[in-house]
Design a protein around this ligand. Structure first.
Ligand SMILES: Nc1ncnc2c1ncn2[C@@H]1O[C@H](COP(=O)(O)OP(=O)(O)OP(=O)(O)O)[C@@H](O)[C@H]1O
Ligand SMILES: [Mg+2]
Length: 363
């Protein structure tokens, strides 16, 4: 990442990109892409003219037995799949439809924010999903920033393998890959007016990611290996329900402002939401206390909340309320939701990529 992020210049209207003899002409091409590889979703952002276009796929797959007939049906309906020995693997959004049809669960290439160590088919599946959202580069070697989680503070794994495997995959697709911390991407996406200073928080499926940034430079980043999936599992266990059903209720009707007449699931969801938010705040406090070289930040800092787990009504209020109780060590100004909570990581990665492309052009 650049030490200080330059403001993005509007690219020239018509550009001729060339490298290695390839030429592509497009009136509205803006070089650079941003990719968010999350436990639940994979998202790619690119700019066309002034507009940011997002492509999104479920990070999931579903296995069915191979027959010639099934294969022809899948190909005809343009379903993304991989054939391996006597199996067909349906990948992305359609995997959910098939799983519902067969009343089974999908499998996931990622677990707790990184490539799943126990899923033997993880790599080809994530490869296909990435290819389907990023498409071809606009020129050979186009810069793509992809998100990586911070080091987990509460689990015994690192992100080295994950980061390197993804980088190799993107290189094979003719991109120049660069990684960006997920929390920092949120800061880049949402805090331009605050000179990229503040805390970016993403409450995802597998993880919560945190970054305190000062002028676009991360002061600390870390992740917590508990988030939406963990809430589903804990609630399911507490009330003896299937996690898939808990998740469906959580995503469709959960209202954290509701105080009375809560169903058993709603009550349990509310309890575990509280637990997760308190857990995150307590880790921010302890990482802050351990950070030796804290820059002097003059103004109270802004906190940005994003990610699918932050979507239920009342989440922002719940977070503010628990932070007030927590004796937080930093002066906090505004606390707000990201403008597009599901897309801010991809958007922040895109901002970094366009900035680097701009420098590459000048240099
Ligand atoms: N409307 C909603 N209400 C509550 N939870 C939701 C909603 N929509 C999605 N979720 C939950 O958000 C999580 C996915 O969020 P997100 O897409 O931000 O994660 P991710 O980036 O793929 O994962 P991670 O960042 O943890 O690797 C899942 O747990 C999902 O159940
Ligand atoms: Mg995420």
């Amino acid at each position: 990442m650049p030490k200080k992020l330059k403001k993005i210049k509007t690219p020239p209207k018509a550009r001729l990109a060339q490298k290695g003899g390839k030429k592509i002409k497009d009136e509205k091409l803006v070089m650079g892409k941003g990719l968010d590889i999350g436990t639940s979703f994979v998202e790619c952002a690119e700019k066309k003219g002034e507009k940011i276009i997002f492509k999104r796929q479920r990070n999931a797959f579903f296995e069915i037995e191979y027959t010639d007939f099934t294969k022809r049906m899948l190909a005809k309906s343009k379903v993304k799949y991989i054939q391996k020995e006597n199996k067909l693997y349906i990948v992305g959004d359609e995997a959910i439809k098939f799983a519902n049809m067969f009343n089974r669960d999908t499998r996931r290439p990622l677990s707790r924010g990184v490539i799943s160590p126990s899923e033997k088919e993880a790599l080809p599946m994530i490869g296909l999903l990435i290819k389907s959202v990023v498409g071809a580069p606009k020129y050979e070697g186009e810069i793509i920033y992809y998100s990586v989680p911070g080091e987990p503070v509460d689990a015994d794994f690192d992100i080295v393998y994950h980061q390197n495997v993804l980088s190799e995959m993107l290189k094979r697709l003719d991109y120049t890959p660069k990684s960006i911390n997920e929390g920092l991407a949120i800061v880049l996406s949402e805090l331009e007016e605050e000179k990229f200073t503040g805390i970016g928080l993403s409450f995802g499926g597998g993880m919560v990611n945190v970054c305190l940034s000062c002028l676009s430079v991360p002061v600390f980043t870390f992740s917590i290996a508990k988030a939406g999936d963990w809430i589903d599992q804990q609630v399911a266990r507490a009330i003896d329900e299937r996690a898939t059903r808990v998740c469906a209720i959580k995503e469709s009707t959960l209202d954290l402002t509701k105080k009375e007449h809560l169903s058993k699931v709603e009550q349990a969801l509310s309890i575990y939401y509280n637990h997760l938010i308190e857990y995150v705040i307590s880790h921010i406090k302890s990482v802050f206390e351990e950070t030796k070289k804290m820059p002097r930040i003059e103004k109270p800092i802004t906190i940005i909340l994003s990610g699918g787990t932050a979507l239920p009504r009342g989440f922002l209020e719940r977070f503010k309320q628990l932070l007030r109780k927590a004796d937080f060590p930093l002066g906090v100004g505004e606390i707000k939701m990201a403008s597009q909570p599901l897309f801010s990581v991809a958007k922040g990665a895109l901002i970094a990529a366009i900035s680097d492309e701009g420098k590459r052009k000048k240099g």
